[in-house]
Each structure stands twice: as C-alpha cells, then as structure tokens.
Design a protein around this ligand. Structure first.
Ligand code: SF4
Ligand code: SF4
Length: 99
C-alpha cells in the first residue's frame, strides 16, 4: 500500500474514515474541526497532570518541571472538553472559537 504523504487538514482524511496506515496520527492536523478551545488558568493549575492523562488526542504537552503547567497543541485538540471536565482545580475553561 502506498505511503500517505503528510496532510494539512482533517478534510484530507479518506472518506469512510479508513485508517490506511498505522501510526499516522501526527500527519493529520485534526484540530481545525474544533468549535471550542480549552483555556488554562495558570493561577489555578496544580500541575496534577490529569488533563495530560485524560486527553484522548494526546494534545497536551508537558512543559517540564520549571514551567509547572501543561500546554495544549491546538493543531490536535478537537475541543471535546474532557480536560475541562476532569480538571479537579477547575482551571480549564472551554471557550467558543471565534469566526
Ligand atoms: S487537570 Fe487542571 S490542575 Fe491538573 S494539570 Fe491540568 S489544568 Fe492543571
Ligand atoms: S478539549 Fe479534548 S482534545 Fe482538546 S485538549 Fe482537552 S481533552 Fe484534549
């Protein structure tokens, strides 16, 4: 089977949602179908890591011990809100995307 070239958008995913090649998640910037985005309040964040663990898309990046917070890579965040729901410190708010 031919190798899939790096794609720019979820709109380039083959119809029928077929996965033609394993391990190709990073090739698709699926964040562009998001209607809401998570906004982090760093003052409330306790760096527990639950958002990082629960995100189904692995969109959170650990910024390391010096930064003490997790950062969302919006290229891959689909706006599901699971991180905001699970955050025990209520440090994540989901805001509507602007047009
Ligand atoms: S779940 Fe909430 S408190 Fe925990 S690291 Fe994520 S934003 Fe911070
Ligand atoms: S909104 Fe969903 S996809 Fe985006 S960072 Fe939170 S858990 Fe991950």
């Amino acid at each position: 089977m031919a190798k899939i070239e790096a794609l720019m958008s979820w709109k380039d995913i083959p119809l029928g949602c077929y996965v033609l090649e394993a391990g190709s998640t990073m090739d698709y910037k699926t964040g562009d179908w998001r209607s809401q985005r998570p906004i982090l309040d760093r003052e409330k964040c306790t760096y527990c890591g639950l958002c990082y663990i629960y995100c189904p898309d692995g969109a959170y990046k650990d910024m390391g011990s010096e930064e003490k917070y997790y950062l969302v890579d919006l290229d891959y965040c689909k706006g599901c809100g699971i991180c905001a729901y699970e955050c025990p410190a209520d440090a994540i708010e989901m805001l509507e995307e602007e047009v």
